[in-house]
Design a protein. Structure first.
Length: 102
C-alpha cells in the first residue's frame, strides 16, 4: 500500500510528541497492508477504525487522536487527509476538508 503523505504525520507529532510512536506504527502497518475491503481494514485495526462516508477514521493513542484517511478505489493508495486531536475531530470541520461525505 502506498501512503501519501508521511509529512502530515510528522507535522502532527511535532506538536504532539506523544503521538509519534503510534503514528509511525500506523504508517508501517498500512504500508505493508494488502487490503481489498473495509473488512480487511477492520481485520488489521478492529474497533480502532471506523468508516465515515468515504473516509477511514483511525483512533490513535487510546482515542486521544484521530487520523482521517481516504483509500483509493483500487485499494493501492492511502491518502492521509488529516490528523487531529479528539476535540478538533468532534468539530466535524474535517468532513468537508477531506470530502468524506461522498
Amino acid at each position: 500500500m502506498r501512503v501519501i503523505s508521511r509529512k502530515k504525520l510528522r507535522e502532527f507529532w511535532a506538536a504532539h510528541a506523544d503521538a509519534e510512536d503510534q503514528l509511525l506504527a500506523w504508517y508501517r502497518v498500512v504500508k505493508k497492508a494488502r487490503w481489498g475491503s473495509f473488512a480487511d481494514v477492520r481485520a488489521s485495526y478492529g474497533h480502532l477504525v471506523d468508516r465515515v462516508g468515504s473516509c477511514y477514521v483511525f483512533n490513535i493513542k487510546g482515542n486521544r487522536y484521530r487520523l482521517v484517511a481516504v483509500v483509493s478505489y483500487d485499494w493501492t493508495v492511502v491518502l492521509t487527509c488529516v490528523v487531529l486531536t479528539h476535540k478538533e475531530y468532534d468539530r466535524d470541520v474535517w468532513k468537508e476538508t477531506c470530502r468524506c461525505n461522498s
